[in-house]
Design a protein around this ligand. Structure first.
Ligand code: FOL
Length: 200
């Protein structure tokens, strides 16, 4: 078959685009993770592709992420179907090739769900046409400890020809009208907005 659309989904703290600290998310935003769950689950015909460290960071009770085909990458893996919902691959390309050929799954969308190494590779892959970025701001003046950052060329003036932020109507149509998109969400010390970007 053909390759399903590849979409990056990520939550990042502006302005530095921090996404992680010591192998975990730096925050716990319960409504945000529900947005992640609902968007990636969709009509239950989606795949989530992640690096091995991200797989290890997901609590045991939540993995494999239910209702989605989980694909985990490690350079030391054999390419193999471990269970009907868990595939191991040794590269992003072999993961994409396997998903594309897999008629039984009939995958609609491929969500790349991290972590830093995979995001910073896949952003430069011309097959990646959409980014779903949750833009987080910290309401305390305090520093949030972080050690993993996105290298996405999207918020600089000179790169705004490459990626374009779409309006809220486009975002709603992209994720599905049944998913609620609220802006200026506040949880604990954080405020966040859901955004959609398209490669120009
Ligand atoms: N993208 C966004 N927007 N937010 C995130 O939190 C996020 N996290 C990851 C990748 N992209 C993201 C990677 N980290 C779970 C845990 C960590 C994780 C991704 C997913 C997880 O356990 N998800 C469950 C729901 C858990 C819950 O309800 O608390 C799931 O079913 O998706």
């Amino acid at each position: 078959g053909s390759t399903p659309p590849i979409v990056i989904i990520v939550a990042a703290l502006l302005p530095e685009l921090g996404i992680g600290y010591q192998g975990k998310l730096p925050w716990r935003l319960s409504k945000e993770i529900k947005y992640f769950r609902d968007v990636t689950t969709g009509n239950k015909r989606n795949a989530v592709v992640m690096g091995r460290n991200t797989w290890n960071s997901i609590p045991n009770k939540f993995r494999p992420l239910k209702g989605r085909l989980n694909v985990v990458l490690s350079r030391t893996f054999q390419n193999e179907l471990v269970t009907p919902e868990l595939y191991h691959a040794n590269s992003f390309d072999s993961a994409i090739d396997w998903i594309s050929k897999d008629k039984a799954h009939e995958i609609e969308r491929i969500f790349v769900i991290g972590g830093g190494e995979l995001y910073n590779t896949v952003i430069n892959d011309s097959r990646t046409l959409h980014l779903l970025i949750t833009e987080i701001k910290n309401n305390l003046g305090e520093e949030v400890p972080m050690d993993t950052f996105l290298k996405f060329p999207i918020y600089q003036q000179h790169q705004q020809l490459e990626w374009k932020k779409m309006d809220e109507d486009k975002l709603k149509k992209f994720v599905g009208e049944d998913i609620e998109i609220s802006q200026n969400n506040i949880e604990g010390d954080y405020t966040y907005d859901f955004t959609l970007w398209e490669r120009t």
